[in-house]
Ligand binder design. Sequence first.
Ligand code: NDP
Length: 293
Amino acid sequence: MPERVGFVGLGAIGTPMARHVARAFATVVWNRTAVRAKQFAEAHGAQAATDLEDLVADCTVVITCLPTSREVAEVIAAASGAWRRGQLLIDATSGDPAGSRRNAATLAGYGADFVDAPVSGGTSGAERGTLTVMLGGSDEAVERARRYVQPYARTVEHVGPVGAGHALKAVNNALLALNIVAAGEGLAALVKLGVPAQRAVDVINASSGRSNVTEHLIPERVITRAWPRTFSAALLDKDLGVALAVLEDAGVTSELYPAVKRFYAEARKALDAGADHVEVVQRIEAAAGVEIR
Ligand code: NDP
């Protein structure tokens, strides 16, 4: 029987990742809203599993891309009769290190391996197959995981034991959130002082304050007023919670992370459920009485 790879979670980023996987391997997909799995299977020559136990029974390697480690634990439990020795779960969720260690321990009970493998690069990076993948796990499991994440990745790094990938991803996303708020507040002030937003970011991008936020998110989403919905504010708020726990566990005191976490938690309550992570800038604009353009 040819090797089959399972992919669980066809959301905003899971779908383009799964497309690359389906081009490289015989792929079986499962999604909570089953119609998405059916449509994906028809469009990309994959198979749609009707239940998780069937998917896990059919596949030696399973990739998950779900909101949090909690849903990953639910998926592991839902297929409890099918996990067996020699299987590998590659968790592309932006999960949390403690949850990953628990999920790894559950799988170890069945003789299966776990690697945390969160991604960075957004839905556009997933479409292009240029994501960065942060792998946490044993040397052996990580080496095995590489060929399954390669179809959607440009950079694949083994960063430490189980949970290290999720810790690094949380810190990365906290930096993203910090940069969004800092750029939004600074640019609101500059625009009020008469500096056009595009000119301001052009100068910042030729200077030491540049970041992905000033190079891409502000010019492509805020100044254009396009506000595409690719990565929800709710998910970034979740990542900030994970980052706070990572710092706390490490015994590192922070001034900035709790402040940005509070900002996102408040913004999330005020925005609608599907709001994108960049839409928090609209709150900064409203409070300042200015549009960043
Ligand atoms: P979405 O909200 O678009 O998709 C979530 C996926 O999880 C859907 O397939 C959804 O199924 C499924 N799901 C939700 N709850 C459950 C549950 N209880 N049981 C089973 N399946 C469930 O999220 P994204 O695709 O944007 O994000 C997925 C992960 O990737 C998150 O951890 C996120 O932080 C991370 N990430 C996202 C990026 C992005 O740009 N979007 C960038 C980098 C990382 P259903 O279709 O039924 O709703």
